[in-house]
Write a protein that binds this ligand. Structure first.
Ligand code: PLP
Length: 249
């Protein structure tokens, strides 16, 4: 049995080694620990180990967990700054709630969600202005890509990414960070499937950068494929089980 500290350390070492091997600076890589299905205590333990970025995929779980973590930190007298990344499919009626705690949404995958985000961020902005408060810090968003041949699946088809990015850039409450993708699993006989997907993600990233050079970030790479993702420019790794251990569903 390994401990959480050992797994966290081991993943960090692997990230550093893979980044260096890819000719990249490990400092340019953000490790997001996906804490879904794990209790607030695991997040607190990881904060003690130095982790600052956490990923969740359900508002019903992330909302209370983010409050529990913040409360515990205050109670312990160590209000460490940390960030929540929303990485799962987001229903439009949950946007208002997610905006309370998330600093980034990695799963901007459709126009109706963009409309909901535009509406809710505008409302927050108005409320702040009315209260004489400082303007809203725009929320970071990544455009989630559909890397399958099935247009019915969630995500923006890479061919449409520039068009969609234009729409995102027109919303003042959003800060377009770049693109996000979940690569297909490699089959044991063919390790090139994930590579092909990471290559598509990287191409879409270059297309977005033609519109906004600063939107250069790539959210890609999970426990099983983050080293490959780093070879294709991933900057935000979303890693769960390799650090947390298996999830109890
Ligand atoms: C759960 C999840 C992850 C983490 O997956 P692991 O295989 O446990 O590392 C990453 N990204 C998304 C979108 C997820 O839902």
């Amino acid at each position: 049995m390994t401990t959480l500290a050992e797994r966290y350390r081991a993943v960090q070492d692997r990230i550093d080694a893979a980044a260096v091997a890819a000719g990249r600076d490990p400092k340019d890589v953000t490790l997001i620990v996906v804490s879904k299905f794990h209790p607030a205590q695991l997040v607190l333990d990881l904060i003690d180990l130095g982790a600052r970025d956490f990923g969740e995929n359900k508002d019903q779980e992330a909302g209370p967990k983010s409050v529990a973590v913040a409360d515990s930190l205050v109670l312990a007298g160590k209000p460490v700054e940390h960030r929540w990344h929303f990485v799962g499919q987001l229903q439009s009626n949950k946007v208002k709630s997610v905006l309370r705690y998330a600093s980034a949404i990695h799963s901007l995958d459709r126009e109706s969600l963009l409309t909901a985000l535009a509406k809710e961020t505008a409302k927050l902005q108005e409320a702040k202005a009315a209260a004489g408060e400082a303007p809203l810090t725009p929320i970071d968003v990544f455009i989630e890509l559909n890397l399958t041949d099935d247009p019915g699946r969630g995500g923006i088809v890479p061919a449409n990414v520039q068009e969609f990015a234009q729409q995102v850039l027109a919303v003042p409450g959003l800060n377009l960070m770049g693109v996000m993708g979940v690569a297909s699993l490699n089959s044991p006989s063919d390790s090139s499937i994930a590579e092909r997907d990471f290559e598509s993600i990287q191409k879409a990233s270059f297309a977005v950068r033609e519109l906004k050079p600063e939107a250069k970030f790539i959210s890609a790479g999970m426990s099983g494929d983050f080293e490959t993702a780093l070879n294709f420019g991933a900057t935000h790794l979303r890693i769960g089980t390799a650090i947390t251990g298996e999830r109890a569903y």
